[in-house]
Design a protein around this ligand. Sequence first.
Ligand code: IYR
Length: 221
Amino acid sequence: MKEYPFIPYSKKTYPADEMLTRSRNHLEHYTLRRTVREFSDKQIPDEVINNIILSASTAPSGAHKQPWTFCVITNPEIKKQIREAAEKEEFESYNGRMPNDWLEDLAPLGTDWKKPFLEIAPALIIVFKRSYELVDGKKKNNYYVSESVGIACGYLLEAIHHCGLVALTHTPSPMNFLNKVLNRPENEKPFLLVPVGYPLESTMVPDIHRKKIGEIAVWYK
Ligand code: IYR
């Protein structure tokens, strides 16, 4: 196998006080991101969506295989099919498949099996993980696929937030109906369904709190 040519890389660095300000501003920006379930139907320019996806695709991945496919659904008929199939699965989940503990944990968030946002949001980005590639008819494995795609989804959510748009991380379960509706090949598995758009002006979000630094970080000095 031929090696990549190596090229110089230099990273801009900052004096300590500027670094501190940048870290605080970045934290504040992240703190403002919220998961939203009520979307306006206002359209988003195609290029914005492509740039969001290209940002996500800068994520690191095992052996740089970039094992992801992002499907963008703006077609109302396909959105309707996805809503109908997702609601069918979610109805079963909320009415028997999810154990009581799970339903109790979800109750404070007020979710249920109804998913109107799947038709209202102007775009659904559906992230597929590619477990392997078919090269000359032969299977070639990808590596750390879930980790890589998970990181890319994090980048995707941040890119959406950065543009002033909102998203929902939605995982109708099981999700395999998405392969059928979108006619995806066998090496792709649905990973995350992300409705993207503007929030409805009247939207409300639960008053949740984030863990404090002492609850999430353990220092060894
Ligand atoms: N997939 C279901 C249930 C659900 C599960 C978890 I964990 C959540 O944080 C939120 C919802 C749904 O989308 O309603």
